[in-house]
Design a protein around this ligand. Structure first.
Ligand code: F6P
Ligand code: MN
Length: 322
């Protein structure tokens, strides 16, 4: 098993980018420890606050955001950050080359039940001569990402990382505090018989998704002529990790449950980094009508529909949307 920096150096990854990734991982090791302490660390449960998106903040949302924010801004490697838990972008070193968008603790409702949570991050270059305080530096499509990843805090702590040369898994050796390479070329199987969707929203989906899921549920006597299995972890990071490991289709589609919020997942720090990891492992990530990484963002907390995973199954689902 190899340590992380040589692997990235061999890929020709710039040293400054490696240092930035290592900085993020330093915070994630601390988060892994805190999450692992559970009730012992006194950080379970909610705060009395809401974030700008109207979601109740968990104590761990606030803590993990602060950890990442402090370490990134102090490092000097970032020009600015955007976080799920920050209303606005935060300026860093005006001379730095990179910007980072992150979800400090995805699936945070799972913390109180000792289930899967993770940190998701997306790294892009800041435009030349840009102003660190100008949030428009984040208005770039996901195809501009130079690196993307997540750290999943599960029975083991796993990093999924891409710098554009495939998707790799690293496992945190908690005795030595080192991420070791444990899967060099993650590959999403093209075929699958497994899907992930919050089925409680079924009546609110658009007809295309209604029809697609109905056909999956019809099983071997339906038009798909085989049975499908369903899984839902309620943390995108957990569901995407399963898809990267053994294939599947994950979707959080557009729905009409709340007319002010037709989509749930955020483009900059959820959909884009997951889309890059999935595409780098041979899968597809789409909104139903366009490639996620082609979307030109116009707001840092913008939400999008997400359909991602095994190539053939996502294509089948997209055919229902034509
Ligand atoms: O961050 C949003 C998120 O928690 C995702 O991680 C997850 O996939 C989804 O929302 C869960 O949604 P629901 O609460 O509808 O199950
Ligand atoms: Mn999230």
């Amino acid at each position: 098993m190899r340590r992380l920096p040589p692997v990235l150096l061999e890929d020709g990854c710039p040293r400054e980018l490696i240092s930035l990734i290592r900085t993020i991982l330093a915070a994630c090791k601390e988060i892994s420890f805190r999450v692992g302490q559970g009730a012992l660390s006194g950080v379970l449960g909610s705060t009395l606050d809401e974030n700008i998106q109207g979601e109740t903040q968990k104590k761990l949302d606030v803590l993990t955001n602060q950890l990442l924010k402090d370490i990134l801004l102090e490092s000097g490697y970032v020009k600015a950050i955007a976080s799920e838990e920050e209303d606005y972008t935060v300026a860093g070193n005006p001379d730095a080359s990179y910007i980072v968008a992150f979800d400090p603790l995805d699936g945070s409702s799972n913390t109180d039940i000792n289930s899967l949570v993770g940190t998701i991050f997306s790294i892009m270059r800041a435009p030349e001569n840009s102003d660190a305080a100008d949030e428009r530096i984040f208005m770039q499509p996901g195809k501009n990402q130079v690196a993307a990843g997540y750290v999943l805090y599960g029975p083991s702590t796993v990093l999924a990382l891409t710098t554009g040369k495939g998707t790799r898994f690293f496992t945190l050796d908690k005795t030595h505090g080192t991420f070791l390479l444990t899967e060099d070329f993650a590959k999403v199987p093209e075929e699958t018989s497994e899907f992930a969707i919050n089925a409680s929203n079924q009546r609110h989906w658009q007809p295309a998704m209604q029809n697609y899921i109905n056909d999956l549920l019809a099983g071997e006597t339906g038009p798909r002529a085989r049975n499908f299995n369903m899984r839902w972890i309620a943390a995108m990071v957990g569901d995407v990790h399963r898809v990267l490991c053994r294939g599947g289709l994950f979707t959080y589609p557009t729905d009409t449950k709340d007319p002010n919020k037709p989509n749930k997942l955020r483009l900059l720090y959820e959909a884009n980094p997951m889309a890059m990891l999935i595409e780098q492992a041979g899968g597809i990530a789409s909104t139903g009508t366009e490639r996620i990484m082609d979307i030109q963002p116009d707001a840092i907390h913008q939400r999008v529909a997400v359909i991602l995973g095994s190539k053939n199954e996502v294509e089948t689902c997209l055919n229902y949307h034509k």
